[in-house]
Structures are given as structure tokens and as C-alpha cells.
Design a protein around this ligand. Sequence first.
Ligand code: ZN
Length: 239
Amino acid sequence: MLAELRILLELQEKDRAIQGIESEIAAFEPELEELDAQVRGAEERIETARRSIEEAGSHRAQLEIKIENFRTAQERRRQRLEWVRGAKEAANLMAELDLGRSVLAREEAEWLRSADQVQEAETSIAEAEQQLEEIRTAQAERREEIGALQAECRDRMVGAEQERKGVAERLSKGSLVQYERIRRGRAPLALYALHEDACGHCFTAVPMHRRQELQAGQSITLCEACGVIVYNADRLPGA
Ligand SMILES: [Zn+2]
């Protein structure tokens, strides 16, 4: 039983080593996400500028139709003005023509402005594309560095997994199954040393008879509260 416990503890060490490498790999994730966010930001600025070009373009097309219709209407009023006889009707038409002229002038001014908007959006696309290029260039070296460091971690992981497999093979099937089941639970580890009279994980007191079993060298027990394997570190010579 003590031999089995030692293998279990060895297995736990191998798993901690694997976890350590996993967290080394994961530690780069926030930085990678930050780099991705910078790229995404520049891409979104390009996308926004593209949309405003489209919007400015369709606004411009609508204005052209509107202006064309206004011009036709003005032309019709001018033609009618040549034929009207009544002074009142002529005055009305003159007033309509005046109003039409100012509306037309306003729409034409807006049409000119819309050309500026398209121009502005094109400039910001060019700027955002330039920015994206600069961000990619600035990131390239660090991305390569991170990639190399993560690859180095994965290489070590292969070795660590090999070692773990070697230890697991030395355990009895029952102990291995139990260990794996506990490891899938909430506790970060499967084995905890007895902490005074309590489970070293959740600090729930281990009942007297169980503690006696541990003292007597039965070497392991399960915590009734959290289910981890509790062992007596004092019973491990050399540990
Ligand atoms: Zn516990």
C-alpha cells in the first residue's frame, strides 16, 4: 500500500509538471489576444471606412436623381411661364421658380460635399491599411518569439507525458482509475497530505477511526467531505 502511495504521489508530480507546462503555454494567450485585438482594430477601421464610402456613394446617387428631378420641374415651370397670361398665375410661378432655385442650390451644395465625404473615407481607408501593415510588421518578431517558446513547451510536454505514462503503468488499474476520477473533480489535486487531523485540501476533520487506519500504515483514505485521497506524510519514509 505504501509502495502504491509512492507511485500515486509520483504520478501526481508528473501531472503537476504537465500542468506547469500547460500554464506556460497558456500564459502567452493574453498577449496573443492583445496582438490579435490590435490587428482586429485596424481591420475594423478599414471596414468602417469602406462602409462610409458605400454610404456616401449611395447618398450621392440619390442626390443626383433628386437634382435631376428638380431641374426637370424647374424647366417645366419656365416653359409654363412663357404661356401664362394671368398676372397672379405668373407671380405664383415666379415664386415657385425662386423657391426651386434655392432648393436646387442647396441640393447641389450637398452633392459637392458628398464628394468630399467619399474623398475623406478613401483617405481613411489608405491610412488604416497603412496602420494595419505597420501593426503586422511591428508584431512579426514577437509573434515568432512566442511561437518558438510555445513550440519549445510542446516539445517538453511530449517528454512529460511519456514520463507520466511510465509512472501510470506501474500503478494498479484500480488505483489509477480512482486517481483519474478524483482528478476530474473539483480539487486541483487528487492527493493531499493529512494536515494535523484534517484533510489537507478542504480541512474537514478526518474521523478518528480513519486517522487510526492512516497511522497504522493503511496509508490512504478518502476525505468524506471533498473526496480527495488523504495520506499521512509521516508514514512516508524519505518523503
Ligand atoms: Zn477534503
